[in-house]
Design a protein around this ligand. Structure first.
Ligand code: GLN
Length: 487
């Protein structure tokens, strides 16, 4: 049998079905890897070993009764932004360092009901604000491909854990790129589904109109299996959409012949690393060999997406984060003098610099006198960005471009330059503003660091993106490469 950690979810599922392996053995195997290797990466905030082994035992019993589904007994790690009952849910912040959630997020309970075993909670940028995982209260995550570089953010722990094969699957959230960008920088497959596809209930809110949870794994096939379990209408989330969940796995092998792929010309301008561009061109050529036709398209408003995002996301976060006041849950300062002192000191002590920066920008943008100039204007431009996609999707089936402008950068390199950090999401953010699905897949290396290619689709067209990515992954082996640091 090949080494367990190199296997995909689909392969592990077969091993469990054949009973060459039990879920308890599988779970213990990954817990041992986390124990041995995660000191290097810092990809987990909490490891839930006892809880995992208990669940694995139950899964083996379910299998013994022939009641196992495809995901029964397979491990997963959840980003520490998802509430998990009885388990610390920190959101990467000192503010919630003492928070034990009283309930499970809907996505967590769906994955649990599908039989998956949670190994633990992964490290992340504080309140999902960041592109490098350096804003976490629990310290930076190190990219398994080069420990001196960032894994991307904010779901950096989830991406690094899959890259280092500490878990075959993980969950993340993506408000402006936080699944796709770290997937690209860590060389794994990551999907941001259509807004409303996966419930946001129990996912700690950053910017509610943009936040969307989604899966990470080695392959598109595994991501399809995970999406199947994570998706669906949830009456507890008012923005959850009641659209039937297709059989994503059944769609994987359809021919791409005759599909039209749009290449947004704005994505290949100044700012894109030349070597990254070459990898994207190679991927495009592979899709052509698979029978797709390529057509250049234009998204003229896409250069405005970063500016729009930092007004909208900051405005929404300033409102969402007002709930952390030291009264109800989370950090509370010692010996407050009065209520105002309680609010002020609890928030000053509990939040880190990036979170404070966003709250201040957002509060300013929403203040009377500036609301029209910033927030309202940003919403109008957001509509134009959506309209651009709508127009383009009348001509093409999906889009391809780079996920990030460069491979992973060094830890510390952009920490004091927020604008340059913000620019690392230049190709991912518009997708969130328009609520569209986006998938990043490994597409090669530059100086031994992984490069990702992004596929963007129509609303609820995840099935086609995964189908295309699966066909691509049958022709390439980038997704099979494993960093030396975890061998
Ligand atoms: N990097 C972006 C930000 O800092 C996106 C984060 C995210 O998608 N959660 O806001």
């Amino acid at each position: 049998m090949t080494a367990i950690h190199t296997m995909t979810l689909a392969q592990l599922s077969e091993e469990l079905a054949k009973k060459t392996l039990s879920s308890v053995e599988l779970t213990q195997y990954f817990l041992d890897r986390i124990e041995k290797l995660d000191k290097k990466y810092n990809s987990f905030i909490t490891v839930t070993a006892e809880h995992a082994l208990e669940k694995a035992k139950q899964c083996d019993a379910v299998r013994a009764q022939n009641q196992a589904g495809p995901l029964t007994g397979l491990p997963i790690a959840h980003k520490d932004i998802f509430c998990t009952k009885g388990i610390k849910t920190s959101c990467g912040s000192k503010m919630l360092d003492n928070f034990i959630s009283p309930y499970d997020a809907t996505m967590v309970s769906q994955v649990d009901a599908a039989g998956m075993v949670m190994l633990g909670k992964t490290n992340m940028d504080e309140f999902a604000m960041g592109s490098s995982n350096e804003t976490s209260f629990y310290g930076p995550v190190h990219n398994p491909w080069d420990l001196n570089t960032v894994p991307g953010g904010s779901s950096g722990g989830s991406a690094a854990a899959v890259a280092a094969r500490l878990t075959p699957a993980s969950s993340g959230t993506d408000t402006g790129g936080s699944i796709r960008q770290p997937a690209a920088l860590c060389g794994v497959t990551g999907l941001k589904p259509t807004y409303g596809r996966i419930s946001r209930y129990g996912m700690i809110a950053f910017a509610s109109s943009l936040d969307q949870g989604g899966p990470f794994a080695q392959t598109a096939e595994d991501v399809a299996m995970l999406l199947q379990a994570m998706s669906g209408f949830d009456p507890k989330d008012s923005t959850s959409v009641d659209v039937p969940v297709p059989d994503y796995v059944a769609l994987l092998n359809q021919s791409l012949s005759g599909k039209i792929i749009g290449i947004p010309k704005e994505y290949f301008k100044q700012g894109l690393d030349r070597e990254v561009e070459k990898r994207v061109q190679d991927a495009i050529a592979t899709f052509e060999k698979l029978g797709a036709r390529i057509q250049e398209v234009s998204l003229p408003t896409s250069p405005l997406s970063i500016s729009v995002y930092y007004v909208v996301a900051s405005a929404e976060c300033s409102s969402n984060l007002s709930r952390f006041d030291g009264v109800r849950y989370g950090h509370r300062c010692d010996n407050p003098k009065d209520l105002e002192d309680l609010y002020k000191r609890s928030r000053s002590e509990g939040f880190g610099d990036e979170v404070k920066r966003r709250i201040m920008v957002g509060t300013y943008a929403l203040s009377s006198g500036y609301y029209d100039a910033y927030y309202l204007k940003a919403q109008k431009v957001r509509k134009l960005i959506s309209d651009d996609f709508k127009r383009v999707f009348e001509q093409v089936d999906f889009l391809i471009g780079p996920t990030t402008p460069t491979p992973a950068f060094k830890i510390g390199e952009k920490a004091n330059d927020p604008v340059s950090m913000y620019l690392s999401d230049i190709y991912t953010i518009a997708t969130n503003l328009a609520g569209l699905p986006g998938l990043s897949i490994p597409a090669g290396f530059v100086n031994d660091l992984p490069v990702g290619v992004q596929l963007t689709g129509k609303h609820f067209d995840e099935g086609l993106l995964l189908n295309a990515a699966h066909c691509y992954q049958q022709q390439t082996d980038w997704h099979k490469r494993i960093p030396k640091s975890c061998a």
